[in-house]
Design a protein around this ligand. Structure first.
Ligand code: HEM
Length: 383
């Protein structure tokens, strides 16, 4: 079977197989570029400035200045953090609207969006941009859908959303700026009109919308799926929610590869790589390295109860370009899971632990059954 077929069927098993078949610390990937297999070298690649260009791959040409990249990351993180009480307050109602059998990961994306919508574009935003953003979240713009026809339809919504947000950016630039009310205000604060067009501001807003929605939704769906597959009794989960989130992010990290394009010729693991070469770290391989993790292929939230047996853990990257929203993303996940398990038992049908490949590793569709539990479960599960 060719690697393309294997990759499509089970991307994580495919990369594991390639790694098993290789003895090199840095292995060539059949689809181009290199993957750093060795955990120590992988961390060096992510941490050491020797292997980075000045800006982050994440923002690329859309926001090239490193200072502005860092500022925007901080501004959006601050906004999300300030919006946490509102997110928490919106969760019970959002969870209550789930049907008894909800289809995931889409239902999780809708749940996260419903509770975050006001932070992304505040409710007073005139025009149709809020409705378009809702359609974008529900219709495959936030999370890349599997089928070509779905992607074509999402592309239409994306284009309309960007136009509407650009118009809104234009309107806001004519007003006096105050405290940021939403993510568009945060983007505008970092992007002076002289340097960035309304259209680019809208592109950046969309990029951050997807950077938040896609991994949070995927990680939430993995946590629900993995916990339910490993705890099938109609009883509260035996683990603190925090440990479930950590272990889900270890067992099925959402980012597939963290790539670095080399700015100059550099040596890694005894090989000299020319400038422009793409070297990547696969978080999944690091999280499943038997030399550093005990039974890495087992989903075991209890491993997070102690400090001892933790190997390299990079669900949010590492080093100067690591995720600006890691802590707040973690809180969004624990809050969401706490709301889902509050006074209810969860079970899944149709669950498959093989990943489907989107921009990252996402779970394949499954049905979540949420059964209210009375009397109320005690509240120690938040960890
Ligand atoms: C579970 C959810 C999330 C996961 C798994 C995740 C993962 C990551 C990873 C792995 C990177 C580093 C990419 C690299 O090294 O090339 C990254 C970068 C980034 N993430 Fe997240 N992320 C999540 C949620 C968020 C949220 C909620 C925000 C909102 C503030 C955010 C903002 C960013 C930004 C701004 C960067 C670029 C950092 C820079 O280059 O300076 N992420 N994310």
């Amino acid at each position: 079977m060719g690697y393309r077929t294997r990759l499509r069927r089970d991307p994580l098993a495919c990369i594991e197989e390639l790694s098993r078949d290789s003895t090199a610390e840095v292995m060539r990937l059949p689809w181009g570029g290199w993957c750093v297999r060795d955990s120590g070298l992988a961390q060096t690649l992510l941490r050491d400035p020797e292997y980075h260009t000045g800006g982050s791959v994440f923002f690329g040409e859309l926001l090239p200045a490193r200072g502005a990249q860092v500022e925007l990351g901080r501004a959006v993180r601050g906004l999300l953090r300030a919006g946490l009480p509102r997110y928490r307050a919106a969760l019970p109602e959002a969870v209550a609207t789930l049907p008894p059998g909800s289809r995931w990961p889409d239902a999780g994306t809708r749940l996260v969006y419903r509770c975050l919508a006001d932070v992304l574009l505040h409710p007073g935003t005139p025009g149709g941009s809020r409705e378009l953003m809702r359609q974008a979240a529900h219709g495959g713009v936030a999370v890349r859908p599997p089928h070509v026809w779905q992607r074509a339809r999402a592309e239409l919504v994306r284009a309309r959303l960007v136009t509407a947000v650009a118009e809104e950016a234009h309107r806001r630039r004519r007003q006096t700026a105050g405290e940021p009310r939403d993510m568009l205000d945060a983007v505008l604060a970092v992007c002076p009109e002289a340097e960035m067009s309304d259209r680019k501001v809208a592109d950046l807003h969309l990029m951050m919308f997807r950077a938040i929605m896609a991994p949070v939704s995927a990680a939430l769906a993995w946590a629900v799926l993995l916990a339910c597959l490993h705890h099938t009794r109609p009883a509260p989960w035996p683990w603190p929610i925090d440990h479930v989130v950590r272990e889900a992010l270890r067992h099925r990290p959402v980012p597939w590869m963290l790539g670095r394009t080399l700015p100059r010729a550099v040596e890694l693991g005894g090989t000299v790589f020319p400038p422009g070469e793409l070297l990547s770290v696969c978080p999944y391989l690091l999280h499943h390295d038997e030399r550093h993790w005990d039974s890495p292929d087992t989903f075991r939230p209890e491993r997070w109860a102690g400090d001892s047996e933790h190997g390299p853990y990079v669900p949010f990257g590492m080093g100067p370009f690591s995720c600006a929203g890691a802590a707040v993303a973690h809180t969004l996940l624990t809050e969401s899971l706490a709301a889902l398990t509050d006074h209810a038992y969860l079970a899944v049908t149709g669950g498959d632990t093989r990943a489907a490949m989107s921009e990252g590793n996402v779970p394949r569709p499954f049905i979540l059954h949420r059964t209210p539990d009375h009397p109320p479960a005690h509240d120690t599960r938040r960890g």
